[in-house]
Design a protein around this ligand. Structure first.
Ligand SMILES: [Zn+2]
Length: 287
């Protein structure tokens, strides 16, 4: 086999299909462990392999604590000193008071350990979402198809166990790329949220790609399908969750495929504001 760096992207895609051992980019599943030295696979993305096991029927054993982000209990008992000044958090109505569709999930606001499996409804090819967003998602996909686009679901609800597997695989990739310890975890977490910190675990997020270009990389944004989705998703209650210029706030790299349901009113408001979800929630809670 040629050295990975000598392979074209198309060859990589083919190899990925053959090798089948999934690696992770962004929040999706990419690449193969055999190809992990390729810079192509580390940051610029690769094939949007569907989650091979999006809805495992049972949860695994409890995760080791080291995998997981600290829960908010720590901040409720006192903010870490370094964040006191910069956060200047509004003495807001709590994030916990928000309705289900506005639930914030990120590394700083992970789900509770007892967060239940949502009521799920299949949306496509074995992929399921929270049943409350099902109809709007189906309507979005249908409208896209009627407009001549070809949106495809490549990830939807993930169990905590599945999210843990994806995160651990991405940490392994970072280690194989020469990073160690916390550095590897931080690098991985920029692309794959640790368990309990991914919106996919709520059933409120989907990864959508163009049927003719199913790679999770920045080129995804140039596809006709993705351009259509970005323009019209708010009408159906979705936002592009990790915009290109907001990574320092969201903590997640640009993902021109990850859509989060927030409801039609909030989605339109967020789209008009140009804010990312974290910024918009700050304003929303302060107002
Ligand atoms: Zn995603």
């Amino acid at each position: 086999m040629k050295h990975p760096s000598a392979l074209t992207r198309r060859e990589l895609v083919a190899l990925v299909g053959v090798a089948g051992t999934a690696l992770i980019l962004g929040e999706g599943v990419i690449g193969t462990e055999a190809l992990n030295h390729s810079a192509l696979l580390s940051r610029t993305g690769d094939t949007a392999q569907p989650d091979p096991n999006p809805n495992p029927s049972s949860e695994g054993p409890a995760a080791s604590a080291s995998d997981e982000v600290p829960h908010l209990a720590t901040t409720k008992t006192g903010e870490p000193e370094e964040t006191l000044e910069e956060s200047a958090a509004p003495s807001e109505p709590s994030l916990d008071d928000l309705p289900w569709n506005l639930r914030l999930v990120n590394k700083e606001h992970p789900l509770a350990k007892d967060f239940p499996t949502p009521e799920l409804k299949d949306v496509a090819d074995g992929y399921a979402v929270d049943e409350r967003i099902h109809d709007d998602l189906v309507a979005l996909l249908k409208a896209g198809e009627e407009a001549g686009r070809r949106p495809v679901v490549c990830s939807a609800y993930r169990s905590h166990k599945r999210q843990r597997e994806l995160y651990r695989a991405r940490v392994r990739q970072s280690k194989e790329e020469g990073k160690s310890g916390q550095e590897a975890k931080d690098d991985a977490a920029f692309w794959v949220a640790p368990p309990y910190a991914s919106e996919h675990e709520t059933g409120l997020a989907v990864d959508l790609v163009d049927a003719s270009y199913q790679e999770l990389d920045e080129k995804q944004e140039t596809t006709a399908t993705q351009r259509w989705l970005m323009k019209h998703c708010a009408k159906y209650g979705f936002i592009l969750r990790y915009p290109t210029d907001k990574s320092d706030i969201t903590g997640i790299g640009y993902e021109p495929w990850h859509y989060r349901y927030v409801g039609k009113e909030a989605a339109s408001d967020i789209a008009e504001s140009g804010l990312c979800f974290e910024e918009w929630l700050d304003q929303h809670l302060a107002s």
